[in-house]
Design a protein around this ligand. Structure first.
Ligand SMILES: [Zn+2]
Length: 279
């Protein structure tokens, strides 16, 4: 366990957990944090080393071991120390595409390309308790088949980069106006203020606002047609648990000492929602 000062952002919304006496399964990072974070330090170390240490892996490739890192503010996160422990096809292995390059790329992506990235985002946050570990699948496929990877031309030829992405629950420090794929298990609420509508993504546990998505009336119309839950959220003023994936440019904001992010949805092709069925 390492204690270091760092940006608390993470793209891990879930991990692959191989407990000693039960079947291996996917586990939500938020559940893991809830179990450990508020424990006294000795107890935290104890639970981590007996239950989790060396039993947590990247949920995209199942290969790279993940380790707990504790920040100076006593927040805990997951990190890989060696990127090369991820398989060739895992997006965590590659450096992120830069801010300018993403802006340029986004203008060239077809609706189908966007949809594939959004679907990949949804699968990064869907916890499948019955899922089997499939290292072969993650190793055998082609690099180009992973929608989170991008091949770019460089001076010397081509290189592989990952499309920037973060879990909505752990956005952390990012440069304002950076475009990225955000995904996570959240509650949504739809609000109407004057001419504008906002889709608020909130933390499941306590309803703390994480991401405020401004939507135009045209996009709202489309979302109401496509998703019954948006209609329901509006008409019945209810909050709904969802897996959310959105490709957007975000700005950091702060209200009453709490950090959240703002974005404006550029079009309905940049968002995907799936109802989150709790077991
Ligand atoms: Zn991996």
């Amino acid at each position: 366990m390492v204690n270091q000062k760092m940006d608390n952002g993470s793209s891990y919304e879930k991990f692959w957990f191989t407990p000693e006496s039960q079947d291996a399964t996917e586990m939500a990072v938020t559940d893991w944090i809830e179990e450990l974070e508020d424990l006294p330090y000795d107890k935290l170390r104890d639970v981590y080393s007996t239950k989790y240490e060396k039993r947590m892996f990247c949920s995209e490739c199942y290969c790279a071991p993940l380790h707990m890192v504790r920040s100076t503010k006593n927040k805990i996160f997951l990190r890989t120390y060696d990127k090369h422990k991820h398989t060739e096809r895992c997006s965590h292995r590659y450096p992120k595409l830069g801010k300018k390059a993403v802006k340029e790329l986004i203008t060239r992506l077809s609706d189908n390309d966007l949809q594939k990235k959004l679907e990949a985002g949804i699968s990064l946050c869907t916890i499948d308790k019955k899922k089997k570990r499939s290292v072969e699948n993650s190793e055998n496929g082609k690099i180009e088949d992973n929608p989170l990877l991008v091949t770019v031309q460089t001076n010397g030829g081509y290189s592989t980069k990952s499309f920037p992405r973060r879990s909505i629950n752990f956005i952390g420090r990012v440069e304002d106006d950076s475009i990225m794929l955000l995904y996570g298990n959240v509650r949504i609420e739809v609000l109407e203020w004057g001419e504008n509508s906002y889709l608020h993504a909130k933390r499941l546990k306590d309803g703390h606002l994480l991401l405020s998505i401004k939507i135009t009336s045209k996009v709202k119309r489309y979302l109401r047609e496509k998703y019954d839950m948006i209609d329901k959220a509006l008409n019945e003023k209810v909050q709904i648990n969802v897996h959310l994936a959105v490709i957007c440019s975000i700005w950091r904001n702060e209200k009453n000492g709490r950090i959240f992010y703002n974005t404006t949805l550029r079009g309905s092709q940049y968002i995907l929602l799936k109802e989150h069925k709790t077991e």
